[in-house]
Design a protein around this ligand. Structure first.
Ligand code: FE
Length: 361
């Protein structure tokens, strides 16, 4: 991740709190080192300081395109969602952070609820992004979307047997379901969405039935669930669409072997639509460069940026006129839920408690 237009995380080690610095890959590789420590400016500089929990080296392409289009340099600081939010809290009024980019609406909503973000009033953003994919107070904006799909083993499951998330609680799936841990925000947001849609009681009954059908205790990330389905540990699993697309697009024979007998089903087509989530961004409350931050956010909904941004992680663009990449397009047409994503954040705590009550580890 070398780039002339990017100042990497390693440059920020001079800060009192350096926990936000992690490698730019999903593995724990080494951070850049050898750079002279310097503190990012809290003065307006005509640059922006970007805090990102998206660990995709390829996002650098996006930031370079922004710099090329606007002349505004991007100083990138990477970390986990929790690390970055904690860092912004600790830095307080002295925070150099202009923009926060993160995955999953629960994190953006948390930042909003804690007063860490400020509104960006922009006709460009509100006209480009569907209302359900951004906050009602304009503090955060969905920039790509992902679907939570049911993956199934094509040798043991017919797509005609699949219908809804709710159906996975049916006894026919006993001992056949793999799901990631309840500590993961993807499942928290799905349960929160069900609470919004159907209420706590109905959602709890469903979640209890789902847990009763688990093939094993939750373990591993979404890719691990796909591997478990491929190897026969379970027959179905809930995962984000881009994990399937990433494996399908991979030239690694091992990845190809995993997805050879994997189908992806978009549930609830006749019952509220498939659950979606976002990668999104918002301007920090104490942003030293609010004008540049607004320009950055607006650049993110240009066709050029939408294509790069969505392609980098095989997600769907939020701007309707921009097509998904070829691998993602192979999923075909499907109907998404139109519940406001903001409501998932509001119900996140209730979802976590519910998952605990039903024994979703
Ligand atoms: Fe993910």
């Amino acid at each position: 991740m070398k780039s002339r237009s990017l100042t990497l995380c390693g440059l920020f080690l001079g800060l009192t709190l350096a926990t936000g610095c992690t490698p730019a890959t999903e593995n724990n590789g080494a951070t850049d080192s050898g750079a002279t420590p310097e503190t990012p400016s809290t003065e307006a500089t005509g640059e922006i300081n970007l805090y990102s929990s998206r660990h995709y080296d390829s996002d650098a392409e996006l930031y370079e395109a922004f710099t090329e289009a606007t002349g505004i340099e991007v100083n990138l600081i990477e970390g986990s969602d929790d690390e970055l939010l904690e860092r912004v809290r600790t830095e307080g009024q002295n925070s150099p952070a202009d923009v926060l980019i993160t995955v999953d609406v629960a994190r953006l909503w948390r930042a909003q609820a804690d007063g860490l973000l400020q509104p960006t009033e922009s006709e460009v953003l509100t006209s480009a992004i569907p209302a359900e994919l951004r906050s009602s107070d304009n503090t955060w904006f969905g920039l790509t979307k992902r679907a939570r799909v049911i993956v199934y083993n094509t040798e043991t499951v017919q797509p005609s047997e699949l219908s809804t998330y709710e159906n996975l609680a049916d006894p026919q799936w006993q001992g056949r379901v793999c799901v990631r841990s309840s500590s993961n925000t993807y499942n928290q947001s799905l349960v929160a969405a069900k609470i919004v849609e159907k209420g706590v009681e109905a959602t709890e009954a469903w979640a209890r039935g789902l847990v009763a059908n688990f093939a094993r205790e939750p373990e591993g990330n979404d890719t691990a669930q796909i591997q478990a389905v491929a190897s026969g540990v379970c027959d179905v699993a809930l995962v984000n669409s881009y994990y399937v697309a990433r494996l399908r697009a991979s030239e690694d024979p091992q990845d190809q072997e995993i997805v050879a007998n994997i189908g992806a089903f978009f549930p609830n087509q006749d019952d509220g639509g498939t659950h979606i989530n976002i990668s999104g961004a918002g301007m920090l409350a104490n942003a030293p460069n609010p004008e540049a931050a607004r320009e950055f956010l607006e650049f993110m909904v240009t066709p050029e940026a939408q294509e790069i941004f969505a392609n980098n992680n095989n997600e769907y663009p939020v701007v309707a006129s921009v097509a998904p990449n070829a691998t993602v397009a192979e999923f075909g047409e499907w109907t998404a839920s139109t519940l406001p994503l903001e409501s998932f954040g509001e119900q996140n705590a209730a979802a976590v408690m519910l998952m605990d009550r039903v024994g979703w580890k």
